[in-house]
Ligand binder design. Structure first.
Ligand code: DQA
Length: 145
């Protein structure tokens, strides 16, 4: 089973950035623990601060992978291009946010991508990625029965 994790802008700074909101763990360290917890899953990781590169990665993986876990960062709230890219691919996409976006500024309450995603996780910290992965494994077992 092949899963692509995509992190958008500023998420390369996890562990250093606003640690009271996002925690003190780097994504690379978290990814190592995730790989150990899910040894049977082929986990791919990509991060970019550039909107078009996120669109390209969705196109590249969106017809062959079993699932995509996407934290689009601030582009969540602005990007029609990501909305359209998710709508144009076959692979199910789960939207993840580390913080609870609904408990924060009002501009974070609106997501342009949720309507094209299979579901969304917000406010569970890094564990949201693991919960999304658990769902994608469950979904794959349901569809291959
Ligand atoms: C975020 C929430 C977004 O509003 C913000 O712009 C981010 C991170 C989160 O993971 O909580 O960069 O997606």
């Amino acid at each position: 089973m092949k899963i692509q994790i995509i992190n958008g802008p500023n998420l390369n700074l996890l562990g250093k950035r606003e640690t009271s909101i996002y925690g003190s763990q780097s994504f690379e360290d978290f990814l190592e623990t995730l790989k150990k917890r899910f040894p049977d899953v082929e986990l791919h990781y990509y991060q970019s601060n550039v909107e078009g590169e996120l669109v390209n990665k969705l196109h590249e993986t969106g017809f062959s992978f079993d699932g995509i876990i996407l934290n689009a960062g601030a582009y969540t709230h602005t990007s029609v291009a990501l909305h359209d890219a998710i709508g144009g691919i076959k692979t199910p996409v789960i939207e993840v946010h580390i913080s609870n976006v609904y408990a924060r500024e009002e501009f974070r309450h609106k997501s342009l991508i949720t309507s094209k995603c299979a579901g969304m996780m917000t406010g569970f910290g890094m564990e949201g990625y693991a919960l999304a992965l658990t769902y994608l494994i469950h979904r794959k077992s349901e569809t291959t029965q």
